[in-house]
Design a protein around this ligand. Sequence first.
Ligand code: 3PG
Length: 393
Amino acid sequence: KKTIRDIDVKGKKVFCRVDFNVPLDGTTVTDDTRIRAALPTINYLIENGAKVILASHLGRPTAENKESLRMNPVAKRLGELLGKTVAKTDDVVGPEVEAAVAKLNEGDVLLLENVRFEKGEKKNDPELAKAFASLADVYVNDAFGSAHRAHASTEGITHYLPAVAGFLMEKELRVLAASLDNPQHPFTAIIGGAKVTDKIGVIENLLDKVDTLIVGGGLSYTFIKAQGHNIGNSLLDAEKIDMAKKFMETAKAKGVNFLIPVDATIADEFSESANKKTVDTDSIPDGWMGLDIGPKTVALYADAIKKSKLVVWNGPMGVFEMDAYAKGTEAVAKALAEAPDATTIIGGGDSAAAVEKFHLADKMSHISTGGGASLELMEGKVLPGVAALNDAE
Ligand code: 3PG
């Protein structure tokens, strides 16, 4: 793909789509990782004399929550990080925005209002895409986290302007897509999270690539059930038991080492203060539910991770938001941090949050800024926001 290095931005109006969909506490940005991740592109545009127009969505606006999803806190935080004024409009398109763009000098930065305030954004309405395009000379997409969405500001606009990737987009694709296309072996994938349904595509795709596939978290109890064990009140995707069986058979046929939890921390209710104990997963009593992987499982998983050259991780091993059930996720994060020879890639979302929580972020090779987007890449899907960009010669 072409990147901003391949084009001349001096004096040009650049419409740059970023993913500033960050968590807020009222009017404060509580995690600015995604804003910081876009700084290399924004600073490059500033230093090279572009007139920078930034656009992002924030949350999922409805009539009720709309006022709490304005971009003002984001503009403030971005201004602090850049050490310069960031102008912000209260509209997404229209006369106010056109006037603000007309005022931009080389190196100035303008942030538009939440693009999802316009109905046409999610519908990928060509009229909105044209209105975005009419503001600028060039389009830059640095919003990897939104690249799986074919929306007006991620896909539609590329039909009307030269469209290139920013540095974050480039890096995410280089690390994630390239590792999956041409993995180093032994390659271990760790798939956790609550629901089997959400991870079917990933498991299917990765079974053709990995040497070891590890499952943990809520979804692993469907696999334990599929092995014929009682799982008490643990999470179960009853319709997916056959699918889980099929996955284990396919893994066997392909020579993939398929690891599922051999022990678990179980509790008699879903709370921190529940009664807890550790049992083997073939003896979970009625009335109890598994909420974390146990120590034998941790040892098994850590050993596979230690021997790997590439580890990709998506989804926690237990209810890590509660300290009582965070040990398994923390131990897996530590095993990745200490893996002697491995490139370690963390899919966004919960696994990225877990790595942050355990202060191990700087020990990983790459932490993706995209949860849904990295998941779709791991499923082998083409991301519409990427496919729409111009190819390099
Ligand atoms: C994300 O946080 O995964 C992206 O910003 C996309 O947000 P969405 O799921 O609301 O489209």
